[in-house]
Design a protein around this ligand. Sequence first.
Ligand code: PLP
Length: 298
Amino acid sequence: MGGVAASARPLVTRFVYVNGRYLPYSQAAVHAEDRGFQFADAVYEVCEVKGGRLVDETGHMQRLARSLAELRISEPMARGAWSRVLRETIRRNRVTDGIVYLQVSRGAGPRDFLFPPAEARPTVVCLARSVSQRRLEAAADAGIAVKTVPDPRWARCDIKTVMLLPASLAREAARAEGAREAWFVDADGFVTEGAASNAWIVDSAGRLITRAVDNRILRGVTRTTLIDVLKREAIELVERAFTVDEARTAREAFITSATNTVMPVVRIDGRPVGNGAPGILTQRLRSEFHASAELAES
Ligand code: PLP
């Protein structure tokens, strides 16, 4: 790491871990009949790397284990080996502030809807990338816009699969209207979650409201850590679904995810939330987040 100025640190991925080997980015590939590619039969995790520390590794690895178990994909390696792969990928890509991405598919084999034999080996990919903290903080200072879209996803959004086409389409629709995130809305008019984040509002009494976890949303690791912050600070939390109208008239709104931590939402469908600036409570939670998160040497 020594001597590489922050501004000179590459934002690109240089090496990718693929099934036991660290390959140069241009040569990192998986089989054409990988089930992740053909069936979206794969799960993933994204962890934040902050100041050279891995944030909430335990929570992310527990969720990965759960996602694998729900899909009956065998655990490709033990906990200690995952930890080494994450760290070595971060190190080889010289990431101090950014993300590390881990994906596990059921593996490759002749295309068949039925699972391959039990001895088929999962495909494991890990990559890491720096994220410009200047740009991230600029977004947090200004707050982001969100666009609401109908939620067309399957009924097991609690599993972190790579089945991300609805999220990708929603993000594109949001971008077309100058918004950075999309909020999915269920058939009853309630916000489920963001394309890649959990959704929160602050009501007029200063209570935080976020949807209770069920199969319609992902149990965000950032969400879980933030709930610890709220408990410590004795801030009231109501876990229930909220409507788009409630969000539009909320005092504050924000999203949580490993890549954004706590990110203020200042516009929903083109209309300002509160006074149109990042909320005071939201900013406080953003600044306190890492004090509650697990920070491990990377
Ligand atoms: N919901 C969805 C659909 C996501 O894709 C994500 C993260 O990618 C989240 C919520 C937030 O999860 P986490 O806080 O663990 O990053």
